[in-house]
Design a protein around this ligand. Structure first.
Ligand code: G4F
Length: 316
């Protein structure tokens, strides 16, 4: 957004503002170029206050409790934050900035137990987790504000998007960060759950471009954003370990704790609409994504060993 000349504002919780050293590592290089406001998805007044002070043109509503496994551990807070937070954002915009274009971060998790492959905009939803259910609710709220109040509320349905800034709890970063630590002699094994789960993994850098395009379209609509390739967690491991010359079979251990009560076994998206209508196309393929993540984590481990601040971020 900055490179396109936008003035960028973000919402952050007060706890994060009070602990910038730890909480802002991923945006440390941008802190002097964005305006951050204290607000929480759990508080309508805090969102209302920020929206009332600035005349926003576009709103990218990406914030959520987004870790599927955690949503099984605490479904109540996932639902409260994700559903009410989306409703608060929409209600505040309707009241104060009805012309602001709104992007809702829908998810391929909404397809869950899939009824067709590949999944597209018209594929029915069958979510398999409190997180997936909360995203279906947010998606429908967004569509309802469009239909009921004429707001420009658009829905992206993004498949998994990854990169060097991914959180360490998600499987891709868990794998690449552990590969780097094993290579550096700081770890001896990698404990994972279901290795046969299939995901359609793309690079976050490509996917945020799609979000922007979705809000530049002449109408608010639904768009699937996906690489249209699917790989198993096992294949991700194989490639990540081979990037540093290791065989994953010698290090990966199956741990029942990382299985989910209900799994989304296989996802792959049909990105025909976003490609043909918006001209979007990804610039990274699967092996380039894995390579960039492993190489970045090797740098992080080396800089930590040398006592330097950890570098998190891609070059491309
Ligand atoms: O990396 P994951 O935790 O991502 P998941 O559940 O697919 O969700 C991500 O993508 C969604 C888009 O489709 C987003 F909406 C969501 O917010 C998030 O960004 O797990 C991927 C797969 C799962 O099938 C999981 O069971 O990897 C499997 N897996 C196997 N072992 C593991 C592990 N996942 C994690 N996190 N940790 C493991 O040890």
């Amino acid at each position: 957004m900055l490179s396109l000349g936008y003035e960028v504002h973000g919402l952050v919780r007060r706890v994060a503002l009070e602990d910038p050293e730890r909480r802002f590592t991923r945006i440390a290089h941008l802190l002097d170029r964005v305006q951050l406001h204290a607000a929480s998805l759990e508080s309508y007044p805090s969102i209302f206050a920020v929206v009332s002070h600035h005349d926003f043109d576009e709103c990218y509503h990406l914030a959520a409790q987004s870790f599927v496994a955690e949503s099984f551990a605490d479904g109540f807070s996932t639902m409260n934050t994700n559903i009410n937070g989306t409703h608060y954002m929409l209600a505040a915009l309707r009241e104060l900035r009805p012309q602001c274009r709104f992007y809702f971060a829908g998810s391929s998790e909404m397809f869950g137990l899939v009824s067709e492959t590949p999944q597209r905009e018209t594929t029915p939803f069958h979510p398999r987790s409190p997180y997936g259910i909360s995203k279906v609710a947010g998606f429908e709220l967004s569509r309802n504000y469009r239909e009921a109040y004429g707001m420009f509320a658009a829905n992206g349905i993004l498949f998994n998007h990854e990169g060097p800034r991914r959180g360490f709890e998600f499987v891709t970063r868990k794998i690449t960060s552990t590969v780097a630590r094993i290579k550096a002699g700081q770890a001896t094994e990698l404990r994972l759950g279901n290795l046969e789960a299939r995901r359609d993994w793309g690079h976050a850098k490509d996917y945020v471009r799609a979000m922007h395009l979705i809000l530049q379209h002449d109408r608010p609509e639904e768009f699937v954003v996906a690489s249209s390739e699917s790989h198993t967690v096992r294949e991700f491991c194989e490639l990540a370990f081979s990037e540093v010359g290791l065989d994953y079979r010698e290090y990966v251990r199956i741990d029942e704790r990382f299985y989910r009560p209900a799994e989304v076994e296989s996802l792959v998206g049909d990105a025909t609409k976003v490609r043909t209508v918006l001209g979007w196309h990804p610039t990274y393929n699967f092996s380039e994504l894995v390579r960039e993540m492993v190489q970045n984590d090797l740098k992080v481990v080396l800089s930590q060993t040398a006592g330097l601040p950890a570098a998190i971020g891609g070059q491309r």
